[in-house]
Write a protein that binds this ligand. Structure first.
Ligand SMILES: *Cc1c(COP(=O)(O)O)cnc(C)c1O
Length: 404
């Protein structure tokens, strides 16, 4: 079976993790600090806090920004459940909006959904293609007169906060800026299946306007992700360092140096990773040109370059049931594929609190005929050919069994 998205683990990765183990320091320490600095540089952003996952990073971020009951957060319905779950946990109202033809949030739908309770807009760069950030900022500025700040931070910004769910877009480019510097704050995921992995992990990358003290924000987050303790484990090992205080209850979601050791290796070779991912996407684009039923995702435009995270193939003219049959057939031919994503209103947790897929026609159409193909550094050219052929034979087999 050709797997869908195995992590890239080689002797180099293993050696760095072993070095971290042998250093005697395995929780948050020098490697995590180094990883944070290198991410800030790579993203041309202002500061970075590494965390145990995207999910916990976003949860702490919403808490810090004071998002809760009575507030609204706008999220596209076409995303992984994490994007919606964190909003539900915050106590704010989750305002789901539909997507456009590129799988990304529909900016007109965002503009229409903004109210005087909206505190955060959370676009998702699906598959690695950045959303239209200029249009999102324009929508926020058009509705600035509605904005009602609830605390000092919100007063300082004096508009809706734009937070990117950048789980797919590490390294993507929008108008000469790199993901991490596109929104006010971006949260990355380093989960095992993502472009850059630390097994599990994430990073909050800050790019707030001038006037925000990013060094203070960084220090504050270091305590927020460690129970609110005024000293981290490393500081407590220093002479006389045993005493600390807790000013407010925090969370526990720091990154360990074992994770950062993997991340440092991954970041160091990330340029090669992107080159290979681009080649793979270009292979698929070229391969499927011969088939008029295959709709390939956009990977580049005048303003955008993808991070090539997912190949979201759509097959025109098929139903959801036929799509599922094609997937089963592809699996039989020894290839693992996936579907990104089941729109949140299709999931029981969201259905049961009133979201209805009928309100999100574009998302349903995109989902119903979507099949994600494998994209990862270690895929060989021979495997790409096998995958392409498997998709074509599976399509033909299902088509011959039933006229669409
Ligand atoms: C993977 C993913 C997340 C969650 O990341 P974790 O690090 O697993 O918490 C959030 N949003 C999207 C779009 C994702 O694909």
């Amino acid at each position: 079976m050709i797997p869908f998205s195995p992590p890239r683990i080689d002797d180099h990765t293993i050696a760095e993790v072993v070095a971290a183990l042998k250093s005697g320091w395995i929780t948050t320490g020098p490697r995590t600090k180094q990883f944070e600095k290198e991410i800030t540089d790579y993203c041309q952003a202002k500061t970075t806090v590494c965390v145990s996952s995207w999910t916990m990073g976003m949860q702490v971020l919403l808490h810090w920004w004071g998002v809760g009951e009575g507030d609204e957060v706008i999220v596209p319905c076409y995303t992984y459940c994490a994007s919606g779950n964190v909003v539900l946990h915050s106590g704010a109202k989750l305002v789901l909006v539909d997507v456009g033809g590129d799988f990304n949030i529909d900016v007109d739908a965002v503009a229409a959904a903004i109210t005087d309770r909206t505190k955060v807009i959370m676009p998702v760069d699906i598959g690695g293609l950045p959303c239209d950030y200029d249009a999102l900022y324009a929508a926020i500025s058009d509705k600035q007169n509605l904005f009602k700040p609830n605390n000092e931070l919100q007063k300082q910004l004096n508009r809706i906060l734009l937070v990117a769910d950048a789980a797919h877009s590490f390294g993507a480019i929008y108008k000469d800026k790199i993901s991490g510097a596109l929104a006010d704050i971006s949260v990355f995921s380093f989960h095992a299946v993502k472009n850059l992995t630390t097994a599990e992990g994430g990073a909050i990358v800050f790019n707030l306007p001038t006037g925000f003290n990013h060094e203070e924000i960084y220090q504050h987050f270091c305590t927020l992700i460690l129970h609110g303790q005024s000293k981290d484990a490393l500081a407590k090992t220093k002479a006389g360092g045993w005493k600390y205080d807790v000013l407010a209850p925090g969370f526990k979601c720091n990154m360990t140096d074992l994770q950062a050791a993997i991340g440092l290796v991954e970041l160091n070779r990330y340029a090669d990773n992107l080159v290979r991912r681009r080649q793979i996407m270009e292979f698929y684009l070229d391969f499927f040109k011969a088939y008029d039923w295959a709709i390939l995702p956009q990977i580049k435009s005048v303003n955008k370059t993808s991070a090539f995270h997912l190949c979201l193939l759509r097959i025109s003219g098929i139903s959801e049931v036929e799509r599922d049959a094609i997937i089963t057939e592809i699996n039989t031919l020894g290839v693992a594929v996936n579907v990104h994503f089941q729109p949140l209103p299709l999931l029981t947790a969201y259905k049961s609190i009133g979201y209805d897929i009928a309100d999100y026609p574009n998302a349903y159409l995109a989902y119903a005929n979507e099949i994600s193909l494998p994209v990862y550094y270690d895929l060989t050219d021979e495997q790409l050919q096998i995958i392409g052929d498997a998709v074509v034979s599976a399509y033909q087999k299902v088509r011959n069994e039933k006229v669409f």
